[in-house]
Design a protein around this ligand. Structure first.
Ligand code: URA
Length: 440
């Protein structure tokens, strides 16, 4: 078998066999097939797509590049949630301890900020001392003791994904449905979980810009998960405006702590409780297709755990277990803030129709909150506080956001970009629901 022939076959639009995909992925993983051939393969996939069978084959080949974690000695249902990446998406920070407080074991392997999207690891590291590089043994110990642990990707879990992702990132081949589906599902299947709830983001701030693309990605991942014995459900959620009220690591930690105390933006609450209700449904083995009443009951159950303080206590326990300073969780005003702040004011009057999440993500990156390449440092205190959401009225000259930053160079451009992200209309239109669809 030769990499050249595999590339040529894919370039011609033919379907590759499992053996061919495994040859390519293993050869790349072991350094026998060079970056330039894999880059050509990725571009061929980008243009030609993959059949469902090929996507399964690619996922299996990537999964096979590492080991599957064995969590069988940890009692309780192991259920994870994964988001395809968005702007202001701090759902994990609230959801993971919330579900752990409901008796679900939540083993999460999370990622870092890239381009306009944020990353859970960067957010957690805004808590002084918080360790995201754990050994598998530490991860398992935390799961056993606390019921939740969040760490970065390890060498054990689908290691070839990291190499492939880095290549996709510089060859403009990230936003391909089979490549995204196999990247996400190879890592999730390697976690040794029983169930998975996927948050497939759809809109300007997401990889999937249209509901059709989001549905295809959701459907592909749900099929892969269920076929490999992991009960998988996908919820398609709106990413046409940033989620919640803040973008940026420290700011999002503060917003998450407020949410755990029951003070949160409506869209953040809606997404968190909907994903959480599905995690509970799968974790508690409630089976079948739940009706609205069943999902509503799960949401109420989660609401009670928030109101009683159990979810917040679980968050504190998780921070303690990962050597974070839980003092700042108890006193969020102690979390480091940026040295400078600048108001952004509306240049016209009207109702906010849209806040382009991709532009807002790039604006926050210009302030230092994100990274263009994996090697870039992140300023954890930088970010944006939204003063308005879609559907709100704003007057000319009224504040729509506050930019937080330490370095001056990107601030003016970030402010201009923020304003260009706003669509303001004279008449109000009803904001759409943040939950677009559930794919089972
Ligand atoms: N998240 C991943 O883990 N992989 C992708 O390809 C895209 C988003």
């Amino acid at each position: 078998m030769r990499a050249y022939d595999i590339i040529r076959k894919k370039r011609a639009g033919s379907a590759l066999s499992g053996e061919e995909l495994s040859f390519l992925v293993t050869g790349f993983s072991e350094g026998r097939i060079p970056d330039y051939q894999v880059s050509a393969f990725l571009m061929a996939v980008f243009f030609r797509g993959m059949t469902e069978e090929e996507t399964f084959g690619l996922t299996d080949a990537m999964l096979g590049s590492g080991a599957v974690l064995d969590l069988s000695d940890i009692p309780g249902p192991k259920i994870d949630k994964h988001s395809t990446g968005g702007v202001g998406d701090k759902v994990t920070l609230v959801l993971a301890p919330l579900l752990a407080s409901a008796g679900i074991v939540v083993p999460m392997i999370a990622g870092r900020a890239l381009a306009h999207t944020g990353g859970t690891l960067d957010k957690l590291e805004a808590i002084p001392g918080f360790r995201t590089s754990l050994s598998v043994q530490e991860f398992k110990e935390n799961l056993r003791r606390v019921g939740v642990s969040i760490m970065g990707q390890t060498e054990e879990v689908a290691p070839v994904d990291r190499k492939l992702y880095a290549l996709r990132d510089v060859t403009a081949t990230v936003d391909s449905i089979p490549l995204i589906a196999s990247s996400i599902m190879s890592k999730k299947l390697a976690e040794g979980i029983d169930g998975l709830v996927l948050d497939v983001k759809c809109g300007s701030g997401a990889f999937m810009k249209t509901p059709e693309e989001a549905r295809t990605l959701a459907d592909t991942m749900v099929k892969i998960g269920n076929a490999r014995g992991v009960k998988t459900v996908a919820v398609i959620t709106d990413m046409d405006q940033p989620l919640g009220a803040t973008i940026g690591n420290s700011l999002e930690i503060r917003e998450s702590i407020s949410a755990l105390h029951g003070e949160w933006a409506r869209d953040l609450r809606e997404v968190t409780l909907t994903l959480g209700a599905w995690m509970l449904h799968i974790g508690k083995n409630r089976g079948g297709t739940p009706d609205e009443e069943t999902i509503e009951r799960s949401r109420r159950e989660l609401g009670e755990l928030l109101a009683s303080g159990a979810a917040f206590r679980k968050f504190v326990a998780m921070v303690d277990a990962q050597q974070g300073d839980s003092g700042v969780v108890l006193r969020p005003d102690l979390i480091r803030q940026a040295g400078k702040a600048r108001k952004v004011v509306a240049d016209r009057e009207g109702y906010i129709l849209r806040i382009d999440a991709e532009k807002i993500g790039i604006a926050s990156m210009l302030l230092g909150a994100g990274r263009e390449t994996m090697a870039d440092p992140v300023d954890r205190s930088a970010g944006i506080i939204l003063a308005k959401k879609v559907g709100d009225h704003c007057g000319r000259g009224e504040q729509v956001a506050e930019l937080h930053y330490n370095r001056e160079d990107g601030a003016v451009e970030a402010g201009e970009l923020f304003l260009s992200a706003l669509e303001i209309e004279p008449r109000r239109s009803e904001p759409k629901s943040v939950i677009l669809e559930v794919v089972r």
